[in-house]
Design a protein around this ligand. Sequence first.
Ligand code: ATP
Length: 226
Amino acid sequence: MGEIRFDGVHHAFGERPVLCGIDVTLTEHRVGVVGCNGSGKSTLARMINGLQTPARGRVLVGGLDTARKAAAIRRRVGFVFTDPDNQIVMPTVAEDIAFSLRRSGLDKHARRRKVDEVLDAFDLHDHADHPCHLLSGGQKQLLALAAVLVTEPDILVADEPTTLLDLRNARRFAETLAGLRQQVVVVTHQLELLADFDRVLVIDEGRIVADDAPAPALRHYRGLVG
Ligand SMILES: Nc1ncnc2c1ncn2[C@@H]1O[C@H](COP(=O)(O)OP(=O)(O)OP(=O)(O)O)[C@@H](O)[C@H]1O
């Protein structure tokens, strides 16, 4: 596994502090992040692939400073957004997955093979030539995940990736995460997704207020809101 390290990270948007002294090193396979709306979870997640850089402190991924090595970090850290429409860019499903491989250096046949593998793995084969905009919200979320995973990043960060998935696809999503070789960081309000994760961080008002195995961490979170 790689190592994600937050070192004295502070961030504010205007006058509003959003992250207040985050010091944490993540080496586990699956790490969950929970907390109330506006507590800073997405900001923290976006810092792992350099979409956001900290006002103070550093974020190091595999020893690389995300503020200095943006291109290398983006290659290593795949990011799945909450709203799949933010990352689906091509007209059809197969084209969208193939688009992710445009800088892979693979020839056309190898790219086609990889696209087929991913379509199979995500049960999207029957939709290969369908226009992306006609997919259901859940199918779009799966497509967004597939289009990131096909690039084989070292780390996968996902910000509320299961909001549109039905129970069957949410289960499949959880199983997919469990089977990945990649380190995975997932921000979610769907607490059951984290049941067998290795570590869960609870964020409250920009601070880590619990950092534990899922059961005690989620108990802490429920206590906060209860
Ligand atoms: N680009 C931005 N510009 C200004 N304010 C922002 C920006 N991004 C986030 N914020 C603010 O920072 C705070 C933390 O936002 P963040 O998205 O990190 O929270 P969150 O814990 O992921 O919330 P949610 O569970 O609602 O998605 C919020 O008050 C939000 O409005």
